[in-house]
Design a protein around this ligand. Structure first.
Ligand code: OOB
Length: 535
């Protein structure tokens, strides 16, 4: 009897073979793994400083060696090629040896944010059958060992908790894997999400390195670039747009910034002669405010990138006069597509658009709700596919059927219009998400937690405008009849107690008797957003 055929893997949806051939022939996919890439950097830039964290420095040669040692340590602990490893690290130097070491071993980092808690980490570890979880020990007075103990108790696959700050203290045989291939998935990135549970994004060595090389070129990075890591290092913007990896690709220097506040970042810019950094719009506003009275020398700053959420034109126009550097708008997504305004774009495009795609082979379709293309220049839903945009989420067959078109376009959920120059203007969003200053909240995820409260009959979360964050979240809650009255504070405390990251706790809670309905009887979030009395 023949073996039954294995079911098709839902871990990774490959590009069609002919499309992949085209991306290789065009030189986008170069067949290089992150491990080979790092060896190449060490050969080219050996003694130059690659990473700075406080008083600590790693040269390119040291980074390459440290990656081999961490790979060896993980291998010694029984982690092997293909295993998933949850990585939850703040902006510390160890992030790079850990991640580059896992790449070298062929184990897959699962990226998370330092603000994630039991609910997110537990879900991500379980959904990926992760074998290990890398933490920073104590950071910002939060004890990640305690969190790890809780997660470990709930996720049977999780065998190892590794404190990154203690790594490398014990000698281990360096490991230099050879059997990882460039078409393999290198890591799993977290999606902003609009559904109940966060989805994971499988990115390959080939596709990600293409976006890194191309971004470094578009942003004109060189070995003189000094990049301040102000946003969370594991976010796609900070990692690759052009971010940490783009700067390393160019032989530049990465400076870890433990917090993005002017009080922490400005002295680092002055001391390290930082030339560029990346911020979300609310931070850009704070920096613009603080720069006016700052005594730190910010004159080394040449470029400020802003992305993750829509930057107001008025704030965009203030960047050069106030900070004395150029602005670049970045409209990207962890699923792939990244748009940049270009160095030589006229000021009105830099101020008033969110840029144009990286690649000549990024395909853009702007459609109405029936997937029919809208007339040029009008607003519609953005669909995209291309050489570094995924064709499917990790282990999410059902969701993939709606998140992608039959011919492989990713439905971004963004409403955009395109100018004749190719530049995109983000006009809104069709996905059920709150963009809280660049931090994405899937409404359904938080609603599900609210519904777990015994006194809650129904809950609906919408974005409300906020002058600083752009948007905040407002939860509308219908209580069960006869249930004891709840206060907004109790509702918020309940969500927090469920182990959610703090940014997902509703900023505001309103109790109502009913929700406005759409014609087909669904909750009308559009009408909820415009309820009387909300500003
Ligand atoms: C970046 O990635 P994600 O995955 O956290 O979020 C993607 C979503 C986009 O679909 C869009 O809704 C929103 O964030 N977004 C923007 C924007 N940049 C991202 N909305 C308006 N204006 C912008 N400039 O946020 C991300 C990934 C790589 C580079 C930059 C940002």
């Amino acid at each position: 009897m023949s073996e039954p055929a294995a079911p098709p893997s839902t871990d990774f949806t490959p590009w069609p073979a002919a499309t992949a051939d085209r991306y290789r022939a065009a030189g986008y996919w170069q067949g290089e793994t992150f491990s080979a890439w790092l060896h190449g950097l060490a050969a080219r830039f050996g003694d130059r400083v690659a990473v700075v964290d406080g008083q600590r420095r790693w040269t390119y040669a040291e980074l390459d060696e440290a990656a081999s040692r961490t790979a060896g340590t993980f291998e010694g602990l029984g982690v092997s090629r293909g295993d998933r490893v949850v990585v939850q690290l703040p902006n510390i130097g160890e992030f790079l040896p850990v991640v580059l070491g896992l790449f070298r071993l062929g184990a897959l980092p699962v990226f998370t944010l330092p603000s994630h808690r039991r609910a997110e980490i537990g879900h991500l570890a379980a959904a990926t059958d992760a074998v290990a979880y890398v933490i920073p020990g104590v950071w910002e007075r939060f004890d990640y060992h305690a969190l790890a103990a809780e997660v470990r108790a709930a996720v049977p696959s999780l065998r190892l908790v590794i404190d990154a700050t203690a790594l490398g203290q014990e000698p281990s045989e360096p490991f230099d894997g050879t059997d990882v291939s460039a078409g393999d998935v290198a890591f799993l990135q977290l999606s902003g999400g609009s559904t109940g549970l966060p989805k994971l994004i499988p990115r390959t060595h080939d596709d990600y390195l293409y976006s890194v090389r191309a971004s470094a070129e578009i942003c004109r990075l060189s070995s003189d670039t000094v990049y301040l890591v102000a946003l969370p290092v594991a976010h796609n913007f900070t990692m690759s747009s052009p971010g940490v990896l783009g700067v390393l690709h160019a032989g530049g220097r990465v400076v870890m910034c433990p917090a993005p506040s002017p009080a922490v970042a400005f002295p680092l810019i002055a001391a390290q002669r930082v030339t560029m950094t990346a911020l979300v719009p609310p931070l850009a506003l704070v920096w613009l405010d603080a720069a006016a009275g700052a005594t730190d020398d910010l004159s080394s700053l040449e470029l400020l990138q802003v992305g993750g959420a829509r930057l107001a034109d008025e704030a965009a126009a203030r960047v050069r006069p106030v900070l004395g550097c150029a602005l670049q708008q970045v409209f990207g997504m962890a699923e792939g597509l990244v748009n940049y305004t270009r160095h030589d774009d006229p000021p009105e495009l830099v101020v008033g658009t969110q840029g144009r795609p990286i690649s000549p082979d990024d395909e853009i379709r702007i459609v109405d709700s029936a997937d029919v293309e809208v007339p040029a220049g009008t607003v519609g839903h953005l669909l995209t596919r291309g050489p570094y945009t995924i064709r499917g989420y990790y282990r999410a067959a059902e969701h993939n059927a709606v998140a992608f078109t039959a011919d492989g376009f990713y439905r971004t959920g963004d409403l955009v219009r395109q100018l004749p120059s190719g530049h995109l203007v983000v006009e809104g969003r069709a996905k059920d998400q709150i963009n809280r200053g660049g931090e994405k909240i899937a409404a359904e995820e938080v609603e599900n937690h609210l519904l777990a409260h015994p006194a809650v009959l129904d809950a609906s979360i919408v974005a409300v405008p906020d002058p600083v964050l752009g948007e905040r979240s407002c939860a509308y809650v219908i209580l069960r009849s006869g249930a004891p009255a709840l206060t907004a504070g109790q509702v918020r405390a309940f969500v927090r107690s469920r182990g959610l990251a703090a940014y997902k706790v509703p900023d505001r809670v309103e109790f109502v008797d009913s929700f406005p309905q759409t014609a087909v009887g669904k909750v009308s979030k559009a009408r909820l957003r415009h309820r009387e009395g909300l500003s």
